[in-house]
Design a binder for this molecule. Sequence first.
Ligand code: FAD
Length: 423
Amino acid sequence: MPDGVVHVVGAGLAGLAAALSLARRRRPVVVHEAAGQAGGRCRSYFDPALGAAIDNGNHLVLSGNHAALSFVEAVGARDKLVGPRHAEFDFADLATGKRWRISINDGRLPWWIFDAGRRVPGTKPADYAALLRLFFARPGARVGDLVRLEGPLYERFLQPLLVAALNTDPAAASAALARAVFRETVLKGGKACRPLVAANGLSSAFVDPCLETLAKLGATVRFGQRLRAVEANATRIARLDFGERAVTLGPSDAVVLAVPAPVATALVPGLTAPTAFRAIVNGHFAVAPPAGRPPVLGVIGGTIEWLFSFEGRLSTTTSNADRLCDMPREDLAAAIWQDVSRLTGLQGPMPAWQIVRERRATFAGLPEEDARRPRPQTQWDNLFLAGDWTATGLPATIEGAIRSGNRAAELVLRTHSRLPPAP
Ligand SMILES: Cc1cc2nc3c(=O)[nH]c(=O)nc-3n(C[C@H](O)[C@H](O)[C@H](O)COP(=O)(O)OP(=O)(O)OC[C@H]3O[C@@H](n4cnc5c(N)ncnc54)[C@H](O)[C@@H]3O)c2cc1C
């Protein structure tokens, strides 16, 4: 093994982003992944019940997620993320039957707020000024301390957006994380808010092309390699124990630990990280969406919050969904199908279906959990942390995961020069 190797542990998007950044800078990289495939919480797989490939969760990226877009660009997969030319969000209210479209204009000047045909129905331009309170929030503040949790602006725009982005009840959610979402998207105008989806699956956009690029760059990716223990001396990580195999680190080798928070806290002594998580529930139905369906529909007043139209399949997402986790699967599928049927007009027996409950989908976007997120640097010179749960300033998202991986790679490259040369 040549010296100066960076061992990236975990091949979710944080680990893949770190590996990609390092390999592009000609650092030798070995990725060690516990599972038999890469992608972690952002991947596709074949589902026998549906007879089709699905994603472990429907994922939405906004065009302002610049790290995510640079990542897919770097692996030659930018065309795999598709969406409307402008920032348009279709919504339906299941309780009232009302439908509307929010159209955020491209530029930074928010004239969409002054156009009744573009803004949230039932709102006035002055209502939006309340959002500015998020920008003057004290540390630790919750969205509910600052924003009125009722009325059309909240129910038809803020709540769906914030539940999706923070995977947490907005009343208790961190104002700082909500602010970060607004700062990077809505405040930058429609150009930063176009909703993008991986129409052919998350793996085709984020995972497979990255693995191909890593292979071309000479990086090694090993599957079925679960890190079981980390041996450290006072200043450095000395050994990685994978059970049947161990890796002894050379003097200029480094480690990027890109595993989920509970795994990292079990491996790294004294590490503080988020401990509260929230579920996301996805429903999938093997049925062709009726013609003219929007690719993504926001839904209020029902069990589901988003309805995605894919080729030959309708899929739903409900975030902050712990309440749905103990419901019998058949009952949950029936409740979700009822929403889908009302929204699409599809009648008849429920088609082949699948329910995917990711119980620990993301850490809860609460101020107290945000405060527990560690910096990527550790007390050991050659150990860096990455993952959506590290202190990125963003909620747990693809964008945050990729930025965390990029940042860990930067730190490895920066500290490399002060490490002792290989003997
Ligand atoms: C259902 C769902 C819907 C989501 N929707 C969205 C969305 O719409 N938009 C958005 O931006 N984000 C969304 N997210 C969040 C996004 O998927 C995550 O933020 C991102 O994928 C996290 O990447 P990560 O690399 O930090 O972690 P992970 O993906 O968890 O990667 C960690 C990797 O480490 C591996 N590992 C674990 N233990 C070990 C070990 N001991 N040794 C070696 N390897 C190990 C795991 O197998 C995994 O591959 C969603 C998440 C879920 C679950």
